[in-house]
Design a protein around this ligand. Structure first.
Ligand SMILES: [Mg+2]
Length: 235
């Protein structure tokens, strides 16, 4: 691995954790106006500089990939449950529902399916926010990257848009690691990940949409896998 790739890989991992910690005080709060950007680590539900479940779950995914690559979903479920049992300060409602069932003995696929059946349209961002370690582990193999990105989503978030959103975000990272311009990476990843038409249409309108238009369409400020990725496409 050359120094440039190593630097980009570190940038992805550290950037994800820093972005999570910067956003921590804003989680679950009212939307801020665009002229009040966050530039400092400030306290919120957690002390200033703390990252949240996004990074905690990404680290659990990274631990699992270090032990099993390609991804072993049963091992990933064990890693998530170990984190869940340690009593983290914030766990998403959907994720909590799945992990509590696995902790009680259910196989991961049955647990995820049972929670999805309760709310078939539930498509939170829980599997997208944590997916980046798969992109780093499979940085030279797009096919494995897409497969394991989808699989890590299915362990807790089997909804088609969560699965596709995870594959798309990691495909974007794949192209960024190669030095593609962000707009090119976003477009190529839409084809790579075969993103379903409604999600694809939403992503494609982001660069020309204002923040208010995105909120009106419920793509920002709504619990949806598009949320993370759309932020990515917007910048
Ligand atoms: Mg979080």
């Amino acid at each position: 691995m050359n120094d440039l790739i190593r630097d980009r890989i570190r940038g992805c991992a550290v950037g994800a954790a820093i972005g999570d910690a910067l956003g921590m005080p804003l989680e679950f709060g009212p939307r801020r106006s665009a002229d009040r950007l966050v530039r400092e680590m400030t306290p919120g539900r957690l002390p200033a500089g703390s990252f949240t479940d996004d990074t905690e779950m990404a680290l659990a995914l990274a631990e699992s990939l270090l032990a099993h690559c390609p991804l072993d979903p049963a091992d990933l479920a064990r890693c998530f449950v170990a984190w869940y049992r340690a009593g983290p300060p914030d766990v998403g409602i959907h994720t909590s529902g799945v992990l509590s069932r696995i902790a009680a003995g259910a196989p991961w696929d049955q647990a995820a399916a049972a929670v999805q059946r309760q709310k078939p349209d539930a498509a939170g961002n829980g599997s997208v926010m944590r997916c980046w370690p798969v992109a780093l582990a499979h940085r030279d193999d797009l096919e494995s990257l897409l497969f394991d990105s989808r699989l890590q989503s299915q362990v807790t978030h089997p909804h088609v848009e969560c699965v596709a959103g995870s594959a798309w975000v990691n495909a974007v990272i794949y192209h960024l690691l190669r030095g593609d311009a962000p707009a090119d990476a976003v477009a190529r990843a839409l084809d790579d990940a075969a993103v379903p038409a409604p999600l694809r249409a939403a992503i494609e309108t982001v660069p020309t949409s204002s923040r208010d238009e995105l909120v009106l369409r419920q793509w920002l400020g709504a619990p949806h896998p598009g949320e993370c990725g759309l932020g990515l496409a917007h910048h």
